[in-house]
Design a protein around this ligand. Structure first.
Ligand SMILES: [Mg+2]
Length: 420
């Protein structure tokens, strides 16, 4: 079907972790709160409540900076299980409207409602009905913004325009208008560094991006330049890397998901052995979650954040991340670790504050016999171990490698930073 003929709804919970806590605890309502990791001193604000945002607190600000900006802020340790439980509840609500639900992150989903809504009027009615169900079933403090547009990228952008609790409808002929009302950085797929590079080329908005010679963009950014050009015309369905390219929504939930963990180290380190240990722990944990959900991945992204507050970005820390795509899919923590370490090893790992790993390009059914015997044996061993882990809880088994490196933070050391 022609891409412009689709109707996609993007639903994004407002200040998600903070509003879940405010819903659960009346004491927190109406107050500036920041959800953090367990080790608050070294953590960042994963979500600021609407009240905290109004006082200048931003997502990913370090806790010390948040306290400086907003001395009255209440820092509250996050509860990932609670957020994931509620995520399943709202996705179940969405699925009662259409089977075509693609969870994009812990608090955002795409719904392809082309068949169910028929037109934009129907889509608007459906959005209101979904909002009523969220209100009834999750409570008045958990609110959502909704964007409706002909593709995922524009639906997400539309959703950004009115927050909190907004509903924005962008019909095919209104796409360029939406882009021209938006900042470059509002678009999913254009980060601060890309924006700086575009600015250096004399491109400050989507109109200028659209009119910039495509070949010059491609010379500067390669295939990403093509994407930028098409995105400025509203013609691409999704962002590079983050979304599955192509039409509409991926119907399989598992295909759309990614798995990831990051960890803020107790102390900054330049010791590769220490980083390896933590990276292995993260890979093992990601692998375990994937096997539990019955998926395998063909892409690994590894990243580190350094200890220096970056001057160019103001609030963040400088970071480095890269990804590798490979042929034979895996959910084995050891493989994931090896690939991730190949990414990080060549980097100058000095004064590292955070390390993270995520997997994507997922597919189901890892029980499908592997073509390679070694793989097959490993898969069955891992299944047996997972069975034990399910029965007796995490920490029942440790690989030889973890024991050798005295990796001891399996159960105690991990804490929530970002569920990616
Ligand atoms: Mg949100």
């Amino acid at each position: 079907m022609d891409n412009t003929a689709r109707i996609i709804l993007h639903i994004d919970m407002n200040s998600y972790f903070a509003s879940v806590e405010q819903q659960a605890n009346p004491f927190l309502r109406g107050k500036p709160i920041g959800i953090t990791g367990k080790n608050q001193e070294r953590s960042v604000v994963a979500t600021a409540s609407i009240e905290a945002k109004a006082l200048g607190v931003k997502t990913a600000m370090s806790t010390w900076e948040a306290k400086k900006v907003c001395p009255s802020i209440i820092l509250w340790p996050g509860d990932p299980e609670k957020y994931s439980d509620i995520m399943h509840r709202f996705n179940a609500i969405y699925e009662s409207f259409t089977p075509n639900v693609e969870p994009f992150s812990v608090d955002e989903s795409f719904l392809d409602i082309t068949e169910e809504a028929e037109d934009y009027f129907g889509a608007t009615c459906m959005a209101q009905a979904i909002r009523s169900r969220l209100y009834e079933e999750l409570g008045e403090h958990i609110t959502a913004s909704i964007g409706i547009a002909p593709n995922k990228l524009m639906a997400k952008l539309a959703c950004e325009t009115v927050k909190p609790n907004g509903l924005t409808v962008v019909r095919p002929h209104e796409i360029l208008d939406l882009l021209d009302r938006s900042e470059l950085e509002d678009l999913c797929g254009i980060g601060p560094r890309i924006k700086e590079r575009l600015n250096a080329l004399g491109i400050a908005n989507f109109k200028q991006l659209r009119e910039f010679p495509r070949e010059n963009l491609e010379r500067e950014f390669h295939s990403y330049g093509t994407w930028l050009h098409e995105a400025a015309l509203g013609r691409v369905a999704s962002a590079p890397l983050l979304f599955k390219e192509g039409l509409g929504v991926v119907t399989s939930q598992q295909e759309a998901k990614s798995y990831g963990h990051s960890y803020t180290l107790p102390q900054n380190t330049s010791d590769p052995r220490v980083l390896k240990r933590y990276l292995f722990g993260l890979a093992d944990k990601v692998g375990w979650r994937m096997r539990r959900d019955g998926v395998v991945a063909r892409r690994v992204t590894a990243f580190v954040r350094f200890g220096d507050p970056s001057t160019s970005l103001g609030t963040g820390f400088s970071s480095h991340g890269e990804q590798r795509t490979f042929q034979e899919p895996t959910a084995d923590g050891m493989h994931l670790f090896q690939i991730a370490w190949k990414i990080l090893e060549p980097i100058s790992l000095v004064d590292v504050r955070l390390v993270g790993l995520s997997t994507s390009i997922l597919s189901g059914d890892p029980t499908q016999p592997s073509l390679f015997k070694k793989e097959r044996n490993m898969t069955s061993v891992l299944s047996a171990l997972d069975e034990l882990q399910h029965r007796y809880g995490s920490g029942i088994w440790k690989r030889g490698a973890t024991l050798q490196t005295e990796f001891k933070s399996r159960s105690s050391g991990f804490h929530f930073d970002h569920e990616i």
